[in-house]
Design a protein around this ligand. Structure first.
Ligand code: FE
Length: 204
């Protein structure tokens, strides 16, 4: 099982990174604040912006949407987003009847090329266990209220398959262009623990 989830490799890598980081800080080569900034950039900015472009294209282009749903790996790679931890992608689409959310129950498998680094809560034991047992309760904690009639589907990521949620296109976004639409797509909406922003919620 640990091989499926790259467990040992990840923890060993994490350990080396930690050791290297301590050494660099001790020698005064790097500023810890700058490192935090760098991590934040990859967690919340660069990574998820790739996924947002994929979603915005799927919202705007019906042919691309079909391709994304039938062969996400190829459709995503066509935009230049490919590589490690994104070799076998599956896109799952939210509809008024189905809400999808993604977890890795064993560790922290996550689609790096489209979402960057996983957030701390995604790797936490409570999220990993409760997402499966009580998905609606977890969603409520994220401020996401799902209709009683809407089915919640939970997808367990592995080293084999990484999931990307295609959130529902928000009402009021009908006339928006692809790059404007991308600004509505949050990281959490692509994990399924959030919704896409409403057009008015984005500062211009
Ligand atoms: Fe995992």
């Amino acid at each position: 099982m640990s091989k499926d989830h790259d467990h040992s490799e990840l923890s060993e890598t994490a350990l080396r990174v930690k050791a290297l980081e301590s050494l660099l800080i001790e020698k005064g080569y790097v500023d810890p604040a700058a490192l935090d900034e760098l991590v934040d950039t990859y967690e919340t900015k660069v990574g998820p912006r790739n996924g947002a472009r994929v979603v915005a294209k799927a919202w705007s282009d019906p042919e691309y949407r079909k391709w994304l749903i039938s062969d996400a790996t190829a459709a995503i790679a066509s935009l230049g987003f490919a590589g490690r931890q994104g070799e076998h992608m599956v896109a799952v689409e939210n509809t008024p009847n189905v809400h999808n959310m993604v977890v890795c129950t064993l560790c922290s498998c996550y689609p790096w090329p489209v979402l960057g680094l996983p957030p701390v809560w995604y790797k936490s034991a409570p999220y990993r266990s409760r997402a499966v047992i009580d998905p609606r309760g977890v969603l409520a904690e994220f401020g996401v209220k799902i209709d009683e009639d809407t089915e919640v589907r939970v997808w367990d990521s592995t080293a084999e398959i990484r999931y990307l949620v295609i959130p529902m296109r928000p009402t009021g976004s009908e006339d928006m262009k692809e790059d404007e639409l991308a600004a509505l797509v949050t990281r959490d909406s692509m994990i399924g623990t959030g919704m896409a922003l409403k057009p008015g919620a984005v500062g211009r």
